[in-house]
Design a protein around this ligand. Sequence first.
Ligand code: 17E
Ligand code: FE2
Length: 416
Amino acid sequence: MSEQKYSIVLRDCRLLGAGDRETVDIAIEDDTIAAVSPRISGLGDREIDIKGKLVCPPFVESHIHLDSALTAGEPRWNQSGTLFEGIQIWGQRKQGLTLNDVKKRAIETLRLQASQGILFVRSHADVSEPTLTALQGLLEVREEVKDWMTLQVVAFPQDGIYGSPGNDKLLDKSLDMGADAVGGIPHYELTREDGVKSVHRIFELAEKYNKLIDIHCDEIDDEQSRFLEVVAACAIRSGAGSRVTASHTTAFGSYNNAYAFKLMGILQKSGINFIANPLINITLQGRADSYPKRRGVTRVKELWQHGLNVSLGHDCVQDPWYSLGTGNMLDVAHMAVHVCQMTGMAEIAACFNMVTVNGAKTLYLGDDNYGIDAGKPANLIVLDAEDCYDAIRRNMSCKPFLARVSLIKKFRNCIQ
Ligand code: 17E
Ligand code: FE2
């Protein structure tokens, strides 16, 4: 019997969570994983010795604003470092948006992300401007990059749904144009009532257009900001649970424990996803505090301990809110380990999951589309690390290589 032939065989791969267990070989045929086993006898046209390094599914960037990426300092720098000054500066910068401007910066950022092992990205697009240039640009980019990057676009009304007349219609139009998810910003609406109304409107639109939901929710230090409970209640009543995401939720870090305890039960019942953005929220929040100064990050550890799905996002790559982004998901996981005090071994592993498998769940990619199993698309990365602890600890020097098979051709020199 002739030996089985594959396009590529990766030898001696250490899978996530394998510990000291045996490494495996991974056979790839066309764009699909054909086999994963301790010893594959068939040969690949291309044989790559991974030398026991960590092989995992690609990084998932579950929360970024590509429309504002690479605009830091334009037209001016954020002096107070607050969310609100950032919104003001972006409000000026976005007046001059053109399709070309949005697309050029978005593609440059996506290339930066792909070169660091990210193959799935969810980006918000500000839909508060009547021209909808940011959205149109990102929808075109979604199409243009689809061979090497899966991009989801959230219609995000940065200035609020009820902040000015017409925004509600713009959000509706954005979904009609093809955005993948409905966004919102209830804590920024003019009143508490408007905030609650906006959450109900988001769920109504999601149902009308059959879209996912991802809301910027309670991104403020105000312990009275309680829109998360409204999101959870709507998720419970609509049954939309796993299709719903609450991003940021930094006020949850300021709630009193009695309320937080009650809320946690409701959240568990809702089954919604959470996204924390520790790099930017550690810098944006706490700006009105003297000392003690709050960390301004949601209760990541407790959400994880209670079985909720939490992923992590970069949020910004050099924009008015955060000028220091690199796009590297290990930077994000590294910061989460510190800010959320998740330094135990199981906790560090959990933070690694938050930039990989948990992100895939948040993006609702489906079990068939993500992971290292026979039959799934051959989307995987190789990290120059022994395990996820080593990867996070040495984040600056850990270089991912090899990505989606179609990318092997594009980024051939990444494979070593
Ligand atoms: N807009 C917003 O409302 N919050 C953020 N963190 C960013 C943009 C980056
Ligand atoms: Fe954000």
